[in-house]
Ligand binder design. Structure first.
Ligand SMILES: [Zn+2]
Length: 340
């Protein structure tokens, strides 16, 4: 160093101070550019060597190059220090305290409609029913024809069916499972058939997809009284004290037929939007299986009778939790579902 020209020493000192004073990687980059960049002080010196007397060029050239290497070393050293400081700061900020207790997984629970379905199954299994299932894409025959719904019957429009290519439909009710279960079987038997059904319906009490449970029993001495007793007991099992109403009605697949209503739990019968001001909410339909339906399944209606009923699963959940709107069950809003 001592042999270097004084301006080189000054330059070296300045560079050392500046490099050491760089507070960030960005600062360091500009300090380096100031000395070693294309327009930096050291580059200026190198360019000036050509003007020196020939005998000095080699010596000064070596000194400037040595200075250049020296500055690069200082920069590298400072960069390592800054990077290490940055890394430590990051680690400090994102410190992970492994001694903290784990946050714990929130516990889920069954969907209210699943609860209703399981409760229903429990009731009917205890009364000797078996569970039967059928496909959701059903033949037109099983969904309508075999259930005594003629080709031109308004029920096919009434129910606003989703038709699938060919002679298939998204089943509009669980009743086709009756056809599947009864065909080729000899009574007595009793089944329930829970599952999803589809109708083009978006009104407040309905949804295009909903759950239904079908129930039916066939034997030599099955009566309407048996059916009513069963449904009262069922309602009591599901909801405790609830007021039921049977209304004479018409379905192609039962004769006689009745609609089953329960007293609106929201207004207690005074009338509200959920019950369309009637004080009652339709729960399902029921009746004695039509002789033609039995005959369609090769069962002799002179010897056997049967009853059948079907009701919405969601209505059950709505009644239980006093929900005004079916879609509260299917919006997937945890704020709602967690309360149920
Ligand atoms: Zn009401």
């Amino acid at each position: 160093m001592a042999s270097r020209a004084p301006d080189l020493d000054t330059l070296a000192q300045g560079a050392r101070t500046d490099v050491a004073g760089a507070g960030s990687l960005q600062d360091l980059t500009s300090v380096r550019a100031r000395y070693l960049g294309r327009k930096g002080s050291v580059s200026d010196l190198l360019r000036g060597i050509g003007d020196l007397p020939a005998e000095e060029r080699s010596r000064v050239g070596q000194q400037v190059n040595a200075l250049k290497v020296q500055i690069e070393d200082w920069v590298a050293e400072r960069r390592a220090a800054l990077e290490s400081r940055e890394r430590n700061r990051h680690l400090e900020e994102h410190r992970l305290d492994v001694t903290l207790p784990a946050a714990g997984q929130p516990l889920g629970h069954l969907h209210p409609v699943s609860h209703v379905q399981r409760d229903m199954a429990q009731f009917f299994l205890a009364r000797g029913f078996s569970i039967e299932e059928g496909p959701e894409v059903e033949t037109e025959h099983n969904n309508f024809d075999a259930l005594n719904v003629p080709a031109d019957h308004p029920a096919r429009d009434m129910q606003d069916t989703f038709w699938v290519e060919g002679d298939f439909v998204l089943r509009t009710h669980t009743s086709p499972v009756q056809i599947r279960a009864m065909t080729g079987r000899t009574p007595p038997f009793r089944f329930i058939a829970p599952g999803r059904v589809y109708r083009h319906d978006f009104s407040p009490r309905n949804s295009p997809m909903f759950g239904q449970v079908e129930g039916f029993a066939v034997d030599e001495s099955v009566t309407l009284a048996n059916l009513k007793e069963l449904l009262y007991a069922f309602a009591k099992h599901m909801f405790g004290a609830v007021e039921l109403r049977f209304r004479a009605s018409y379905f192609p697949f039962t004769e006689p037929s009745a609609e089953l209503d329960f007293r609106c739990p929201l207004c207690r019968g005074d009338g509200c939007n959920t019950c369309s001001q009637t004080g009652w909410i339709e729960w399902g339909g029921c009746g004695m299986i039509h002789p033609t339906v039995l005959r369609n399944c090769d069962i002799d209606p002179e010897r056997y009778q049967g009853y059948a009923f079907g009701m919405g699963l969601e209505r059950g959940a709505m009644l239980r939790h006093e929900l005004p709107h079916i879609r509260l069950l299917y919006d997937g809003d945890l704020r709602v579902l967690e309360q149920l």
